[in-house]
Ligand binder design. Structure first.
Ligand code: MTE
Length: 319
């Protein structure tokens, strides 16, 4: 999801074409391509191999009735076409560069308006009852995939910290590793990347924290070691590589909203009736298709489960 850059304007007005065309040039000028991929010398294939290392095994998981029966995209589709701007703005950059991400040790601090603030190690998170959740995921850029995530419901973690009555929203803060993330040297977004949900959205059983993909630990480019997944919202709501979760009273500002408020709102529910200024939301291409091949559904087809969260709300206003 690129944001356009006009000359001499603040990051909040960045436009995509400019950034896209000048991306490598800018990265080179900032001396950050060298930081990516072991001196920038590794090819995509070598980088992918470098990421493999001794494979850590995903704990056992069960299937879930919340999964769609649609055919999942291949592991290759899901792990090679990504948005993870900390590693570059091209769809293939995360798969090439994210092997550098340091995913151990990893902790997630849970704090704010809670009775029992707590820090979870990744080992603790892997002990939650894991389920396979095959979800349709739709990006605001009008492509979609069906992804077999493995994870657990966010509400299970939330219950352990006991949110107080003051907690109305949840903010998700993602990792900022200056030494492994070439993209954060550019003011494309406000780093660290943050996301937010209303508390009832966060506690909904469809909202999961994912630690795996197919039967493997989550690949770095997909947000290892733990990322949010909210299937009725555009893909960008699903923050990757989470390090901090805050229960808060007031609506947090999210990374895309800060960067381009005229394009991205807090709610970001999939909605064919609310067009994005640059991409129609009426149809989508289910990858690996090249052209739009299906109609986009309200709430990405999860309306039966989530529409009641928005009863009485003007979804054009609260986009
Ligand atoms: N999380 C972080 N930390 N940084 C990002 O750039 N991109 C978002 C979201 N989470 C992003 C992120 C966007 S725009 C999308 S579409 C999804 O991740 C893509 O997730 P996927 O690559 O696993 O499909």
């Amino acid at each position: 999801m690129l944001i356009k850059r006009r000359p001499a304007i603040p990051p909040s007005e960045i436009t995509p074409a400019g950034i896209y065309a000048r991306r490598r040039e800018l990265l080179r000028a900032a001396g950050v391509l060298a930081a990516a991929g072991a001196g920038g010398l590794l090819s995509g294939i070598a980088a992918a191999q470098a990421q493999k290392g001794p494979a850590e095994k995903l704990p056992p998981f069960r299937k879930s009735s919340f999964s769609t029966n649609e055919k999942p995209n291949s592991f290759k589709d899901v792990s090679s076409y990504n948005n993870y701007y900390e590693f570059g703005t091209n769809k293939t950059d995360p798969a090439e560069n994210a092997h550098a991400l340091k995913v151990r040790p990893w902790t997630v601090v849970v704090e704010g308006d809670v009775r029992k603030p707590r820090t979870f190690g990744i080992e603790d998170l892997l002990k939650f009852p894991l389920e396979e959740r095959i979800y349709r995921m739709r990006c605001v850029e009008a492509w979609s995939m069906v992804i077999p995530w493995v994870g657990f419901e966010f509400n299970q973690l939330a219950r352990l910290v006991e949110p107080t009555g003051k907690a109305k929203f949840v903010e998700f803060v993602t990792a900022l590793q200056n030494d492994t993330m070439p993209g954060v040297r550019l003011p494309i977004l406000k780093w660290p990347y943050t996301e937010g949900l209303r508390i009832d959205e966060a506690m909904h059983p469809l909202t999961i924290l994912s630690v795996g993909l197919y039967d493997q630990m989550l690949p770095n480019q997909n947000g290892a070691p733990v990322r949010l997944v909210v299937p009725w919202k555009y893909g960008f709501k699903s923050g990757k590589s989470i390090v901090r979760i805050r229960f808060v009273e007031t609506q947090p500002k999210i990374a895309w909203e800060i960067a381009a408020p005229h394009e991205y709102g807090f709610y970001s529910n999939v909605n064919p009736d609310v067009d994005h200024p640059r991409w129609s939301q009426k149809t989508e291409k289910r990858l690996p298709a090249f052209f739009a091949n299906r109609k986009t559904e309200l709430f990405n087809g999860y309306g039966d489960q989530v529409a009641s969260l928005y009863a009485g709300m003007d979804l054009k206003k609260f986009y």
